[in-house]
Structures are given as structure tokens and as C-alpha cells.
Write a protein that binds this ligand. Sequence first.
Ligand code: NCD
Ligand code: ZN
Length: 347
Amino acid sequence: MPPTLILRRPFDAHLHLRDGKVLQAVLGETSRDFAQAIVMPNLVPPIVTWRQAEDYRARIVEAVPRGDRFKPLMTLYLTERTDPDDVAAAHASGLVKAVKLYPAGATTNSSSGVRHLERAMPVLERMAEIGLPLCIHGEVTGAEIDIFDREAVFVETILDPLRRRLPDLKVTMEHVTTADCVDYIKEAPAKLAGSITPHHLIINRNAILAGGIKPHYYCLPVAKRERHRLALRAAATSGDSRFFLGTDSAPHVDSMKECACGCAGVFNATNTLSCLAHVFEQEDALEKLEAFASLHASAWYGVPPADETVTLMRQVDPIGQPGKIETGEGQITLFDPMFPLHWAVQR
Ligand code: NCD
Ligand code: ZN
């Protein structure tokens, strides 16, 4: 009997599904392995209101391949004009599980995001009252701040003051990429958690820049130095419930990535579980994988974990990988971990 892992069907705490043909093409890559996911609202135009989230959820549910059971958990995109009553009503209805803060200009489709946090305070105060979590893309945007420092500077200059001002606000720091942010989360007394992507557990910044520029490893926050990757691995495999999986699977067609000004995002939904099993095995922590991938985030977002399970088996030969998927709008390249994967999800 080959080594086998059985996990509750996982929970992806940070997923980009897009819309239209791309949604149709990528959704099955997630719903094949995952029971549920927190769906990002950064469409063009963004999902700002309860009504928009309801419509977007219906389009996702409609696109789930026959035979898969998948629950999309919706978020709202925070703007300076967001109505606190609409947010509270969307939360009370059970539809919306979090609100997402994109500092304007920080990443893909963030131009409608928040320029002055002060203007979003009424919404944030209401969220603290009703217990609705804030998901944060934690990077400052100032041109004077080096891109590799943008997360650490955000923690110090925006996150910490915000948490002091609203200690009851539940905050998820999404796609943590630095030891600084890991340490900050570990030291926080409560109400703070962090999601971690599979690719930030595998690559450091050399993957993007050494030996030629490789746009499929470029995402935001950008991968950092090796010591940060090691800190993320330690956090993810520690069993600490404040750290959980958020894939940040972010599909862009190849023509948008392989060009003079390529956009940020790594598409990893297809091989996330194989990559994670590989990483947790390397760290001698396979028994912690279920908590990281399936349990911690469901507890944090107050959603029951899946009843069903997924089985991974370690095979001798490397698993076959598609490399790219077709969308009807162009191909999307799958994350390549640069080593052969041996953990196969049983289908
Ligand atoms: C994401 C996208 O493409 O929507 N890109 C990325 O590099 N991670 C946006 C985001 O989560 O920052
Ligand atoms: Zn993202």
C-alpha cells in the first residue's frame, strides 16, 4: 500500500475565479479537490454590493461542473463609498463571509480600492461590531517604498495602527510573504490570522529573476528572500491555527503574463494539494496538513468543515501535469514547482 493521506475536503481561503469564459475554465480545477473557497471580489468592475455578490455567486454555482460539490463563500470589495448598512445586511443574510481591502494601486484590479483608510472607517467600525472579518492585501503603494519592503512597511504603518484603533476587528492578512508578518501575527493577542499560498512555500525571488525573467512566478506580494520562505514554511507546518491555506490562485491568460508589462498572479489551483503534500512531507509534518488546508480557515470564518474527504497517494512515478489549461480566451499556464510531484489526488 503506497503512503496515503486522507483529508477533509479542503478550504481555500483566497481564490480568484474571474468571470465568463475564464470562470468556466478554472472553476473545475478548484471544485475537483476543494469543498469551499473564499472568493475574491476584484472583478472589473468589482463586486462591491450585496446584490452584486448575490449575482456573482449565482454565476459561480451555475458553472460548477456536474458531480462536484463546491460552496463559494463571497466577499465584498471595500471602497471609500461602501455603505455600512449594505455590508451588514449582506453579512446577516449569510451570503458574505468577509470584506476585502485593496489599497488602491496595490495589485491587479485594485484601482477602485481604498486611498484613504479614514474614509472607510464607518464600514470597518460596523464590521468590528458585527464580527465580519476584513481580508487585507497588505502592501503599501508609495512609489518611494521598495517593492520587496511593501508588506513589512504595511504591517508597521497601516495594520498595527488599525488594530490598535479597532481591536475588535477580525483581520486576515492574506498571502503572507515575510518573516516580519509571520512574527507580527504570532505576537498578536487575538483577532488576527494569516493565509499562506502554496507558491510562497516553494519559491523565493530567485525563481522570478535568476537565469532569466520568468513571468509565471510573478505575483503580488512578490516572493521574497529565502529566509522569508523558510519562515512561511515553519508557520504553515506548525499547527498554529492562525495560519491557513489561501491559494491566491490567480489566472491570467499567457498573453497578459508574457509581455513587456506582465500582470501579477500565479495560477495554482490544479496542483495545490500535490504541492502542499510535497512541502509538508519535506518538513516532516504531513499530520499537520489537514489542519492547514481544511480546518483552520473554516474555524476562522465560522463555516463548518466539509464532511467529505479527499485522498492523496504517494506514487513512485511523477504525476502527470497539464502545464496549461484552455479557456476560450487564451491559455493559462499552471504553476510549475520546478520539482516532480509524487502525491496524486485520487479521483
Ligand atoms: C491577484 C489577481 O490577479 O487578481 N494577483 C496576484 O498577484 N496575487 C490579485 C492579488 O491577490 O493580489
Ligand atoms: Zn489574490
